[in-house]
Design a protein around this ligand. Sequence first.
Ligand code: NDP
Length: 443
Amino acid sequence: MSYTMNVLEQAKKKNPYEPEFHQAMTEILTTIQPFVDSHPEYEKAGILERLIEPERVIMFRVPWVDDTGKVQVNKGCRVQFNSAIGPYKGGLRFHPSVSLSIIKFLGFEQVFKNSLTGQPIGGGKGGSDFDPKGRSDREIMAFCQSFMTELFRHIGANTDVPAGDIGVGGREIGFMYGQYKRLVNSFEGVFTGKGLTYGGSLARREATGYGLVYLMDEMLRQHGKSLKDKTVVVSGSGNVATYAAEKVQQLGGKVVALSDSAGFIYDAGGIDLSAVKKIKEIKRGRISEYKNYRPDAVYTGGKGIWNISCDVALPCATQNELNEDDAKALVKNGCFAVGEGANMPATMEATEVFLQNKVLFAPGKAANAGGVATSALEMSQNSMRTAWSFDEVDQKLKSIMVNIYNNITAAAKEANCEDNFVTGANIAGFKKIADTMLLQGVV
Ligand code: NDP
């Protein structure tokens, strides 16, 4: 058995009951196998064994009091995966499904993604099984303050800089930042995604969705296509989905569907994003309420969004939301490009269907890297005590996404699998970290 496959087998045995982490390791290690096996220096230095083992895993109790006066207890965790090229960087997720397996898969992906951005950021991820849905602002604050009362001692502007993810937006980051500042008595850039009045960056809110579409636009352009007049289906209706849809519309595409965990809406005339923002960003409501704004739209409960016919699909909700049957349905209906706004939304089987059918497929670690890249721009602005304009940040984001596309294209070509951006992204992300780890000795 090759070095790479041996490490994978051992890692699965050593980390049982972690299916999402197994999936992320399998996807990455199988695609980089030929590259790694042609570089014996990686095996000698135990690079893969070190890469799949987080540098540190912190798990803690988060007690807080709900509005009825009852004490609630959640799990909190931060996985500091790899700091070879910079401080740990990656979001916090608050969702009832959060487990160590999910945080490890996200942290592992983050290491490669952050490497691809070309910026000096290592990889980490964290979160809690806390469910913010239906909680009052006071309950959210109580939870965030308790979460930070433990996490603060493990993070710092040069150590670990968390950000948002599912269930963690501006409100939650504000509460956590406030508590952090109080505990350490220091005003520092320890979070990204902050409010604009206390060190946040313009365009950070839009960055993941916009970045996804910039990368898709470049990919289509280099294949003689464009988003103009194309029909696009976007899943989710949170931060990434909303701003991906906005940029598609700005580039002349028509977004006809969005979803949340309860169901999806189809609006043949094109989604009215101002209605979506009112529902999701102001009322924190459900996507089914869209019909109150556009009575002709159709709401369908449950899954099924991938059966809608489209040219381009952008899964922007959560992991494993698009399976093999969904991929076959998309291909059958003529979809020719897929970009992962979410982390690992397509299952491995679905990805295989896209690759076999020559669908242009942009994997999440490249396609959604615009969020963390702009977070790194926020860190730079904080260090320089300056604030760039929206256009300055947006221009930098755009050139980062075009660079990422060019780098993964070149890596795919070099590996003799042109247009396989999964392999390209994994090799390009891996090489920089592995070579840096070689330079830094056995640590
Ligand atoms: P939000 O919390 O803002 O939105 C998440 C959206 O996905 C909501 O519409 C939510 O619906 C839906 N969703 C969540 N879980 C499920 C599920 N199990 N089944 C179906 N739908 C679900 O999160 P973000 O937009 O920030 O994140 C979305 C994805 O993008 C995640 O995979 C995240 O890791 C990834 N990502 C985010 C970045 C960022 O900058 N925010 C950066 C890079 C990647 P509901 O409200 O019903 O739960």
